[in-house]
Design a protein around this ligand. Structure first.
Ligand code: TXA
Ligand code: MG
Length: 315
């Protein structure tokens, strides 16, 4: 299959409305979209990514009104969170309505819903005739794509179209909050921090990892995400030992001695925006070890720590 590159939301939406697979920019990471009314296209997402079929997709909507059609029940806390954070980098897990097919939710009776805050994404979604199911636009297990070039690197020839936009402003995937129970539960950390959620819904708690022996609430929690080919080492301090050369460093502190490549970020927002692109750059340059400074677990720091520790897989 030939993958069309375009910067026209009209052209991209016309393809999606014919049941094609279209990658599109959002402020978090690029998404790989299919209309939820096209079950074969939805299945095609899993094939193109090499994604396990038990991992549900997030449904993307152009406006808050569409949430009402995709969700069967919206709790008062969910409504408050939507009012405060939609459009934005937040996904709410809600009871699904019958219009969302099981292929999208991997058979679950809940659905993750997100309304992106990105001008190109909103233009595209508003031209799509149904809500758009979309995971991150990377091959399964690879770092999420934060620019259209990364989408092309992973998916060229496997999808119909890439809607080009600028690099994603945030660079980490959305915060996921399960609003189907009595109190909201944060399942994935993102740019909307736990502290901010609690200002709107004070009973919100976090469960980023399933307790040992329990099935994860979010199927994605059990997969080792975000891994470059190089070995990732998480560092609390400015020193690193026993690493394989050539090594690279990314963080906000002074890089350790002897790094072949170093990215010193002025703040945590820049660190978040650049992390996945840096992972890909290191792979292209044949780096063996990537040393990542671990930021404090607050605000976007919690999301960064989570992605780094997953990529490090315990190192
Ligand atoms: O920022 C984002 O959320 C990006 C952009 C494209 O919107 N999307 C994204 O999708 O990161 P994906 O598929 O890479 O990650 C979605 C995560 C998975 O871990 C999945 O298990 C979880 O959301 N998820 C989806 N639906 C769910 C549900 N009904 N209940 C619990 N977890 C769900
Ligand atoms: Mg993903």
């Amino acid at each position: 299959m030939r993958t069309l590159l375009t910067d026209s939301p009209e052209e991209a939406a016309a393809l999606l409305n014919q049941g094609k697979l279209v990658a599109f920019p959002t402020e978090t990471v690029y998404g790989l979209g299919a209309g939820i009314d096209f079950p074969e296209a939805v299945e095609g997402i899993f094939r193109a990514k090499g994604r396990p079929s038990d991992n549900p997709l997030i449904v993307h909507v152009a406006d808050v009104r569409q949430v009402e059609t995709a969700a069967a029940r919206i709790t008062p806390d969910a409504r408050r969170l939507m009012e405060r954070f939609f459009p934005g980098p937040l996904t709410l897990v809600l009871e699904k309505s019958p219009m969302v097919p099981p292929a999208v939710t991997a058979g679950l009776d809940t659905v993750g819903i997100r309304c992106p805050d990105h001008p190109v994404a909103r233009a595209f979604l508003s031209l799509c005739r149904c809500p758009v199911a979309a995971p991150s636009a990377n091959r399964s297990g690879r770092p999420s794509a934060t620019g259209w070039e990364a989408v092309q690197e992973d998916l060229d020839g496997r999808i119909d179209c890439i809607l080009k936009g600028e690099a994603s402003r945030i660079g980490l995937e959305s915060t996921i909050v399960d609003c189907t129970g009595e109190a909201p539960v944060m399942l994935r950390a993102g740019a909307v921090g736990l502290e901010e959620l609690q200002l709107v819904a004070p009973s919100t708690t976090a469960a980023l990892r399933a307790p040992a022996g329990e099935a994860p609430k979010s199927p994605g929690q059990k997969y080792p995400h975000y891994a470059p080919r190089a070995r990732v080492v998480a560092m609390e301090q400015g020193t690193v030992s026993g690493h394989e050369e050539p090594a690279a460093y990314i963080g906000t502190g002074t890089p350790p001695q002897g790094m072949a490549l170093a990215r010193l970020c002025p703040d945590l927002e820049t660190y978040a925006r650049e992390l996945f692109g840096f992972f890909r750059e290191c792979d292209r340059r044949g780096i063996s070890t990537i040393c990542c400074q671990l930021p404090p677990a607050a605000g976007i720091g919690r999301a960064l720590r989570d992605r780094i520790l997953r990529a490090a897989g315990g190192h």
